[in-house]
Design a protein around this ligand. Structure first.
Ligand code: CIR
Length: 275
């Protein structure tokens, strides 16, 4: 199917997932912002690296169960947050967009991701003063929601609006307050439905979508990965998992406790795209 501008219309399920291994330096990752137990700057997080690696392996197995072909990247100990690969790039149809990441300490993570994507897609680099993390970008059908957060600014949104103009997407800015990234508060279930954590973002731009709220005791569950009719959900979210099952979704659960200690959720650990 072709859009007026001649681009392939991309309402296709993802086929590939870039993932990045857990570095030995993971406990030096940026602490979760907004956490009441936020360690002082320079404090080492209480992360069990061996357990994190085991959880990451199970996460990768679950992505394979979703039918995705994995593209694994080696960890880089110079970059404690590198397993959160989602933030380094976003892919829209034939474009791989490499942002200037919001946290300056993480910017060195992008190079290897750009190299891998550059062999498959057309690379486009966002320019300063734009800053953006991939965790702030949510695609739902022909709508692309961009969180305006502590990491992603208006200049990035303006550049994306221009860049994506020929592709026939509606690009909507969503003020985010209370979570690090947009996708900590809302993720896609299908092209009409999203899983939502109430109270952490301005829901006005989401009008027109059906919202499935996660219960207050399971805030981390709002971040899921949905491919086809199966949804990957976080551990310790039994109500959300049961609700999704009764809505007809297959549910896979993965324990990502060590990643949450560094402010990461399920989507953070992969870049999904259609190859
Ligand atoms: C950071 O602060 O950048 C990392 N410690 C956590 C990034 C999580 N990424 C995401 O939500 N997409």
């Amino acid at each position: 199917m072709q859009a007026a501008a001649g681009h392939t219309i991309g309402e296709r399920e993802p086929t590939h997932a870039i993932v990045r291994e857990v570095p030995a330096t993971f406990p030096h990752a940026i602490p979760p912002e907004g956490s009441e137990t936020k360690p002082a700057s320079g404090t080492i997080l209480e992360i069990d690296v061996a357990l994190a690696r085991d959880q990451h392996r199970r996460y990768c197995e679950a992505l394979c169960e979703l039918g995705l072909e994995l593209i694994p990247l080696a960890a880089d100990d110079r970059h404690p947050d590198c397993a959160f690969v989602e933030d380094t790039a976003l892919v829209v149809e034939d474009l791989a967009i490499i942002p200037v990441m919001g946290a300056s300490s993480r910017r060195g993570e992008s190079k290897v991701v750009a190299e891998v994507l550059g062999s498959r897609k057309t690379l486009h680099y966002l320019r300063p003063p734009a800053t953006l993390d991939g965790g702030d970008v949510l695609q739902v059908g022909r709508r692309i929601f961009i969180g305006r957060s502590r990491r992603t600014n208006a200049a990035a949104i303006e550049q994306l609006v221009d860049l994506l103009a020929p592709y026939d997407y509606e690009v909507l800015s969503v003020p985010v307050d209370g979570v690090l990234h947009l996708k900590a508060g809302v993720t896609r279930l299908d092209d009409e439905r999203v899983l939502l954590r109430p109270g952490v973002l301005d829901e006005t731009p989401l009008a027109g979508l059906r919202k499935v709220a996660v219960p207050s005791g399971e805030p981390h569950a709002a971040n899921c990965i949905s491919v086809g009719e199966t949804v990957l959900v976080a551990d310790r979210a039994p109500v959300t998992a049961a609700n999704l099952r009764s809505d007809g979704f297959g549910v896979l659960e993965v324990d990502m406790s060590e990643f949450r200690k560094a402010g990461g959720l399920l989507t953070c650990c992969s870049i999904l795209f259609t190859g």
